[in-house]
Design a protein around this ligand. Structure first.
Ligand code: NAG
Ligand code: NAG
Ligand code: NAG
Ligand code: NAG
Ligand code: NAG
Length: 533
């Protein structure tokens, strides 16, 4: 009987010459079974095959196989390893106790772990270990390997995070060239929409869409897909909101590529008189607080305690801290009623969606006095994206949260929302939003992670009208398990998550749904080397 560890510790082979257990190979792939599992496997083996295990496992570890008989092994290792040799049952019990003790105990920090199993084996040859030290070593090494694997997993997530938060060269180039065009080409500067269409911007017989982004390519896809999927594109008015630095480029794009017959207006946040310090005090505070800035730039993550988290939680933490989630462009949706004082009902779209169906029925929905028509995210096949309750967003150990919210209440999604602005103006949604943001700032952001959804989940409580989930399919930027048939059927698909279709880390099989609406024959797109991959 032999127990054989491969050098990388990825497999254990148990073989027996007498045909007892013929050949049993346990493959331990690093990503499937943790070394902790392996440790437990060995404990169980130790229990089942006690005496033989102890004696043979130690010396048949790679490279140490000088003794060919059990007797020899027993003589060499027995007394020293086990302390006494009176009878085997006793030995087994002792050793099992030792293993158990070690299993629950801490590894003493003074214990010098060998760097490799080879090292361990050669130390062992020199008879350095007693049984307890050996067991501790075994456990320590397994934990060390497990930690290394976890850390490399987290490093991978970090890299992915930075890949996800940086602006790809092509999109940056597009922005620069279009800004240039704005100053050199009168067509790029022409009034948008032309003066004769200005009244449509506040005409409630049109279908008004609002989009807030600094990503021109993404904006072009949202607008193009909405217009091309519409049965009455002449009925569409788009209000594209962008920041000051992107304004010229965004304006150039839509001036040079009007999605006619739809109407587009481009607004910079600097052009809204209403957006003053007095009206948005909290955002000022959020954006200027240095601590917060460090926080969302991820500096603290490098020193984070990785043993109390898991890759999934870590990924969502990273996501919540991306600069995007704290920018004014992202918070702006809470000010729509004030920014568009003449509009009654609008559809708000995120920049990472693609519209695949005519959305005009959304204006027909009778919302029964509710403000926000949204898809609920606590029911659905996708057990990650569609299993969101308030407990997923809030820290229920915080007394204010525990006192005000129900952890099992269903959450809903931003990305495609029908807003009844008339009803909204009669509510105190914005005040609630502000007061909770302030409260969270005061509690050092312990009530929820940074982001715009949690305060909105509170502010819109009682004002949400659930719409059918086929209107808005989420999760295309999270995982590649997304069901492609469902994607084809959905009215709006949403690449929420890190893997945006314009990034290299986007999922290849989901990209065509987005690429379809990029105009690759456009000179600016071509000259910036943005290509259909
Ligand atoms: C990390 O978290 C774990 C579990 O919460 C805790 O036992 C450990 O002491 C922490 N380590 C550090 C360095 O804070
Ligand atoms: C917030 O953090 C600061 C320093 O990081 C600390 O001095 C202060 O007591 C904290 N406040 C609360 C409410 O925890
Ligand atoms: C949750 O709230 C409690 C109580 O305020 C606080 O001690 C804890 O640190 C918070 N947790 C997180 C992750 O912020
Ligand atoms: C999903 O990812 C896995 C590995 O990450 C890959 O093997 C699989 O082919 C991918 N599935 C699709 C549909 O792309
Ligand atoms: C793509 O861009 C080109 C050049 O700007 C333009 O002529 C063409 O109409 C655009 N195609 C679509 C589908 O918008």
């Amino acid at each position: 009987m032999q127990l054989h560890f491969s050098p990388s510790m990825r497999s254990i082979t148990i073989s027996s010459n007498n045909g007892f257990i013929d050949l049993m190979k346990i493959k331990v792939a690093a990503c499937h079974i943790s070394y902790r599992t392996l440790f437990h496997t060995i404990l169980i083996l130790a229990f089942l095959l006690p005496f033989v295990f102890i004696l043979t496992a130690l010396v048949t570890l790679e490279g140490v196989n000088k003794c060919s008989s059990l007797d020899c092994l027993g003589r060499r290792l027995g007394p020293r390893l086990l302390g006494r040799t009176d009878n085997s049952a006793r030995l087994v019990k002792d050793f099992y106790n030792i293993l158990n003790e070690v299993k629950t105990g801490e590894i003493p920090s003074s214990l010098n772990l060998p760097d490799s199993f080879d090292q361990m084996v050669s130390d062992m040859k020199d008879n350095k270990y007693d049984a307890k030290t050996f067991a501790l070593m075994l456990k320590g090494m397994m934990e060390k390997f497990e930690k290394e694997i976890r850390e490399s997993k987290f490093a991978e997530l970090m890299n992915k995070h930075f890949a996800a938060s940086s602006v790809p060269k092509g999109i940056n180039c597009l922005s620069l060239r279009l800004t240039d065009e704005y100053s050199s080409n009168a067509h790029a500067r022409k009034q948008l929409p032309p003066p004769e269409l200005l009244p449509m911007l506040s005409d409630n017989s049109y279908h008004h869409f609002i989009l807030s982004t600094d990503n021109i390519l993404a904006a072009s896809v949202v607008v193009a897909s909405t217009v091309q999927s519409s049965q009455k594109p002449e009925n569409i008015v788009f209000h594209v909101i962008t920041d000051k630095k992107t304004y010229a480029a965004m304006h150039s794009w839509f001036a040079l590529n009007p999605p006619s017959p739809a109407i587009v207006e481009v607004k910079g946040i600097h052009q809204f008189d209403w957006l003053t310090r007095e009206n948005v005090p909290v955002l000022e505070a959020v954006e200027s607080q240095n601590g917060v800035r460090d926080y969302y730039h991820g500096n603290h993550l490098l020193g984070a305690n990785l043993s109390d988290t898991n890759p999934r939680k870590f990924a969502s933490k990273l996501q919540a801290r991306s600069p995007k989630y704290i920018s004014l462009l992202n918070h702006i949706r809470i000010y729509i009623p004030e920014l568009f004082p003449n509009l009654d009902k609008v559809v708000f779209l995120d920049d990472d969606v693609v519209v695949q169906r005519d959305l005009s029925p959304l204006w027909e929905i009778e919302m029964n006095g509710k403000v926000n028509g949204a898809v609920e995210t606590c029911r659905g096949e996708d057990d990650w994206v569609m299993s969101k309750h308030l407990k997923n967003y809030f820290n229920f150990s915080h007394p204010l949260i525990a006192g005000h919210l129900d952890p099992d209440e269903c959450a809903w999604a931003y990305g495609m929302n029908v807003f009844d602005l008339r009803t909204w103006r009669t509510s105190n949604i914005r005040e609630t939003y502000h007061s909770w943001l302030k409260e969270n700032l005061r509690s050092n952001m312990t009530m929820w992670k940074l982001g715009t959804l949690p305060p909105a989940l509170i502010a819109f409580r009682g004002h949400v009208y659930p719409i059918d989930s086929s209107w808005h399919m989420l999760g295309l930027g999270y995982q590649n398990k997304t069901n492609v048939e469902d994607v084809k059927m959905a009215a709006v698909i949403h690449y929420n998550g890190q893997s945006k279709p314009w990034l290299e880390i986007g999922f290849e099989h989901l990209r065509p749904f987005w690429n379809k609406y990029v105009n690759y024959s456009n000179d600016f797109v071509r000259n910036c080397n943005i290509m259909d991959s």
